[in-house]
Design a protein around this ligand. Structure first.
Ligand SMILES: [Zn+2]
Ligand SMILES: [Zn+2]
Length: 438
């Protein structure tokens, strides 16, 4: 059972409570004011013991807050004796736990501890990723319960570790889904997505288990964090991980101004790839999909032509749009034999195909078409230092994500949303869960 400790608000620092700021105590008429306090325990509730005083607490983080007080009895007198109670031992935070496959429940987990190089983040928004959906029934083998999933998040810094520089409590941030080590050959070579020691937040695959962001708080190394501007909402910022996948794919693809690109697959990532490759200078962006609703969004977001491959021959149409030549580049965002084949067939001699799709473990490759036409084939995985650029692209409106957000919901609706997405809710794209509200 949680024991209750009483703290006296006085000029002396008493057991975890900072001395109140005298100047703020003097603010007002003397019987009301505002103080900043800090405690080594999670703030549960702070009821006033003085029965005539009202006290309101506005947490600034798990461990500190502002308290506003008013006393109706002591008019004109200085209030120096307000009592606070803290529930000692209340050291847990709310989280959406995958307790067994296909079962998510809101529960309490210990407050994440931060290492000297880490920050504690109050998670304000976290997107449900396709990989979470493939994980929750056990099919991918990368979400072994018990696990808190979630790797597409944004929030507010609640506490910083001893060695952290550049971040402070209250900073609005997002962070990479991949925890890269910063020390291996690939990290040092500027390719942290290929890190030898990479761990993905919210993944447990047998080699490691790292709790993720469907929780009120999460700990992440400061090196993977990135500041957010004020005009970028947490919900939009939670899509930066997806944006970074698209921006990285565009960065992997050699494009000259005025080139033609084909984007095979117009789902969530495809719609971002369309925008990224257009921003890179393609004057013609041809989007393909089987779903007319998605193709409509593709047009809205900058695709110059859309092809429903269920109704039209994509290769013939692309040839028609490029004087019989084929597209300069194709980006494949599905990951199956048929779609990779389509990407290759749509590409001109000497052109490039970037593969982002990662669905099938193996596919059949039209070898002779690739070799005799000297195609460049690039794989593209996650992102590599593109987060700050993605923040700018979103904040400036050069890449837009609002059309991709199907719903935002509290953690309590997490299970239902997972079930709906798993059942293939039609036209659903990104669902963003908000573990802690304002
Ligand atoms: Zn993801
Ligand atoms: Zn590394």
């Amino acid at each position: 059972m949680a024991s209750v400790r009483r703290h006296t608000l006085s000029a002396d620092a008493a057991d975890g409570v900072l001395p109140p700021d005298e100047s703020s105590l003097d603010k007002g008429t003397g019987h009301s004011g505002e103080v900043l306090f800090a405690t080594s325990h999670r703030i549960d509730r702070i009821p006033p013991l003085h029965k005539n005083a009202t006290l309101q607490c506005r947490p600034r983080s798990v461990f500190a807050g502002w308290a506003t007080f008013t006393c109706r009895q002591h008019r004109g007198q200085r209030l120096t004796n307000i009592f606070w109670t803290f529930s000692q031992g209340y050291t847990s935070v709310k989280a959406l736990l995958l307790s067994e496959y296909k079962k998510l429940q809101v529960t309490e987990i210990p407050v994440p501890e931060i290492a000297p190089d880490e920050v504690l983040v109050q998670v304000r928004a976290c997107g449900i990723c396709g990989s979470d959906i493939h994980g929750w029934d056990g099919s991918s083998g990368r979400r072994i319960p018990p696990l808190v999933m979630g790797h597409e998040a944004a929030g507010v810094v609640a506490a910083v570790g001893r060695d952290v520089k550049g971040y402070a409590e209250g900073d609005r941030i997002t962070f990479d889904s991949t925890v890269w080590c910063g020390k291996c050959r690939y990290c040092l070579g500027g390719r942290p997505n290929l890190c030898d020691n990479r761990m993905v937040l919210g993944v447990s695959c047998g080699d490691y288990r790292r709790y993720g962001c469907f929780a009120e708080y999460v700990n992440v190394p400061a090196r993977i964090c990135c500041h957010l501007p004020k005009n970028l909402s947490f919900e939009h910022a939670a899509l930066i991980e997806a944006v970074s996948v698209a921006v990285h794919a565009a960065n992997r693809t050699p494009v000259s101004l005025g080139d033609t690109a084909v984007v095979v697959g117009s789902g969530m990532i495809g719609l971002l790839v369309i925008q990224a490759i257009k921003q890179k200078g393609c004057s013609q962006v041809i989007a393909t999909d089987l779903n007319d609703a998605r193709l409509e969004v593709a047009r809205k977001l900058g695709a110059t032509t859309t092809i429903n491959v269920g109704k039209e021959d994509a290769v013939a149409r692309v040839k028609e749009l490029t004087n019989g030549r084929g597209a300069d580049v194709a980006l494949e965002v599905v990951g199956s034999t048929a779609t990779i084949r389509s990407a290759i067939d749509c590409t001109r001699k000497g052109g490039s195909v970037t593969i982002v799709g990662n669905l099938a473990p193996t596919i059949e490759l039209p070898l002779q078409s690739v070799v005799t036409r000297e195609l460049n084939i690039f794989g593209s995985c996650a992102s590599s230092g593109e987060y700050p650029a993605c923040v700018d692209l979103l904040a400036s409106g050069m890449i837009r994500v609002e059309d991709m957000i199907t719903a935002t919901a509290p953690l309590e609706q997490g299970h239902d949303w997972f079930a709906r997405l798993y059942d293939g809710e039609s036209n659903a794209m990104k669902v963003v869960l908000c573990p802690s509200m304002d």
